[in-house]
Design a binder for this molecule. Structure first.
Ligand code: ADP
Length: 444
């Protein structure tokens, strides 16, 4: 089943024609109504007449998170206040949050793309959705909620955290579909095991995971631990929220469909901003061609991935690879670029490690050093006992092999610190940071 077969399988020339039509209407609107965009165009020496098709987008300057902050809270809104029906804001760890507004049409688009995503993930009308994304200013909870309602699912709005209650609801309400961050799915899987909950007794079949980077290593742990089929959902509030892209449950590992009739993607070089060809890795940039209240031109997501067409796929829309990380989260260690996800994928090959890990970054003199803190499997951890860990020959061998693996694959020597099972921080409901940056603590 596809939610909107006509659009999801639209032939590429038709999809391009639709995108071009939406884009040209949009640039005229933004130029006339938003002073920020008029300035952007004027300074670049272009007019809306220069933008006739998506291939012309490269002429337009990027819109960045700082531009949203500079126009805080509502200066990028295009419609009058009384046509704005919802306002969300992203957390913003420093300074003011970034604010986004939705008109009725935007909320309809949001529901539509989430409904498509749910179906791609395996959900069907009549099923129940256990929604463990946070409700509130964060778009996750309400975004999934609206799409599931549109699809005809019963939504259980659990929100994030309170693991006891989550487990009770999974057991008693028997939802077939659940959604949360991948790190929280790890927590739930572990808690099921700890409490002796037989996952075969649960009804949940599909888990829709996103809001933070994750790899097949975590997928394997969550699928086994919760007895589910787990797919990736991607999104950000500036573009709409969750449902910008979604992986199909029968095409796992081949990337997530970007609903490109609404969100036109580009990949650009992170240093020069030059557009890159399909398949090359760079910064993901979106133009929200159909949005009404706060459309954005060439929004610099800061997320690193590649985009490509998959001719063997069920749908015609372009796919994106898993996000390697945010450009901001990239560590530069002795001249080598490093994302935590690059270490995560390597854990998969070690049956005695579990993907509970954290990279600890410190500075020795002028050099950045990275230590990988990683947990031992529960069984080996129990067999050895906490006190014997560092002296244990098997652990020493594991450390040696893992260091070697990292060196061969990433090109860096890293210290590996093996911890007993349960010692590394877990997600208590939301996003989890895999990096502990001691350099920041030092400079405080
Ligand atoms: P913030 O985290 O800035 O408060 P959002 O909740 O809108 O705001 O987060 C959006 C960001 O979350 C994306 O830009 C991306 O970095 C990350 N993200 C969302 N979904 C995924 C995913 N499936 N894989 C990797 N990263 C994701």
């Amino acid at each position: 089943m596809l939610y909107n077969k006509e659009i999801e399988t639209l032939a590429l020339p038709k999809l391009r024609a639709l995108q071009n039509e939406r884009l040209t209407t949009l640039v005229h609107r933004l130029y006339e109504k938003v002073p920020f965009y008029k300035r952007q165009f004027d300074e670049a020496g272009i007019t809306p007449m220069d933008i006739k098709r998506v291939e012309d987008l490269h002429k337009i300057p990027f819109t960045k998170k700082t531009d949203l902050r500079d126009n805080y809270p509502f200066d990028l809104f295009v419609v009058p206040q009384n046509e704005v029906l919802r306002i969300h804001a992203s957390s913003g760890t420093t300074g003011k949050p970034t604010v986004v507004g939705y008109s009725r049409k935007d909320l309809d688009i949001f529901d539509e793309v989430v409904a498509r995503s749910l179906v791609a993930a395996g959900a069907r009308p009549g099923m129940k959705l256990h929604n463990a994304y946070g409700y509130g200013l964060f778009t996750g909870g309400l975004g999934m909620h609206g799409g599931a309602t549109k699809l005809g699912m019963a939504v259980i709005p659990v929100s994030g955290g309170m693991t006891d209650r989550q487990l009770m609801i999974l057991q008693d309400f028997k939802p077939e579909v659940m959604c949360c961050t991948p790190s929280y799915a790890q927590t739930l899987a572990e808690e099921c095991k700890k409490r002796g909950i037989d996952t075969a007794e649960l009804a949940v079949q599909y888990a829709i995971l996103g809001a933070e980077p994750w790899t097949d290593t975590i997928r394997a742990q969550v699928e086994a631990g919760l007895n589910v089929n787990a797919t990736n959902i991607y999104g950000l509030s500036e573009i709409i929220g969750p449902g910008v892209s979604q992986e199909d449950y029968e095409e796992k590992g081949s990337g997530s469909y970007i609903w490109e009739d609404h969100f036109y993607p580009e990949i650009v070089d992170r240093d020069t901003g030059e557009p890159l060809p399909y398949g090359e890795e760079g910064v993901l940039v979106f133009t929200t061609i159909s949005k009404e209240a706060m459309p954005l031109l060439r929004y610099w997501t800061n997320d690193i991935c590649s985009i490509y067409y998959d001719s063997a796929a069920k749908r015609t829309h372009i796919k994106m690879s898993a996000i390697k990380g945010r450009a901001d989260d990239m560590l530069i260690v002795r001249g080598v670029n490093l994302f935590p996800s690059q270490v995560e994928v390597l854990i998969d090959e070690f049956e005695h490690f579990v993907p509970n890990y954290q990279l600890e970054v410190s500075r020795e003199g002028t050099m950045d050093e990275v230590k990988v803190n990683i947990e031992l499997s529960e069984s080996l951890s129990n067999a050895i006992g906490v006190d014997g860990l560092s002296a244990n020959e098997q652990v020493k061998q594991l450390i040696h092999d893992f260091r070697q693996k990292i060196k061969n694959n990433i090109g860096l020597s890293m210290d590996v610190n093996v911890q007993p099972f349960g010692k590394i921080p877990r997600s208590a409901g939301g996003k989890l940071s895999r990096v502990k940056d001691l350099r920041k603590l030092d400079s405080k």
